[in-house]
Design a protein. Structure first.
Length: 154
């Protein structure tokens, strides 16, 4: 089950237990909030598409904290005019966890997702680089065949 919601001027695809970042809201940490502009809800039963929003649908969330994104730098430049301007900005965000999706006529689905963040896979072990002396056997055999097939003086 997922929903597409409009929060803070952006549209997001959310599922229960997702942790998302939305533009800063004034709600304190730990407070429950409702994201009311639900544009679409998709479940096993089918999809509910809003025109423009799904009537009576709500996505509930809990505020985890507030923060700021990395600094974004901009640069303006005009050649041969000694004109250079640098600027930077850091956008504030509110981090929330989606606790539920509800709509009239929609059966609540139990998600078996863990509430904790999923553990990432370990990267594959890297092989040590081959030395010139230790070329693979196949490559060495191919080189011998190429030398044998070449005719001297041709």
């Amino acid at each position: 089950m997922y929903a597409i919601v409009k929060a803070g001027g952006i549209q997001l695809k959310v599922s229960p237990f997702d942790v998302i970042r939305i533009p800063k809201m004034a709600n304190p940490e730990g407070e429950e909030l409702k994201l009311g502009e639900v544009l679409l809800i998709r479940s096993q039963e089918g999809a509910m598409v809003g025109r423009p929003v799904v009537e009576g649908a709500e996505v509930s969330a809990k505020v985890l904290g507030h923060g700021r994104y990395r600094k974004v730098r901009g640069f303006k430049f005009k050649k041969r005019k000694k004109y250079r301007r640098t600027w930077g900005a850091r956008e504030a965000y509110t981090e929330v966890v989606i606790t539920g999706i509800s709509a009239p006529g929609l059966k609540p689905e139990v998600e078996e997702k863990a509430k904790a963040k999923p553990k990432g896979k370990k990267p594959p072990a890297r092989k040590a680089p081959l030395k010139k002396d230790e070329a693979p056997k196949e490559k060495a055999e191919l080189k011998k065949k190429k030398k044998e097939t070449k005719k001297p003086g041709a």
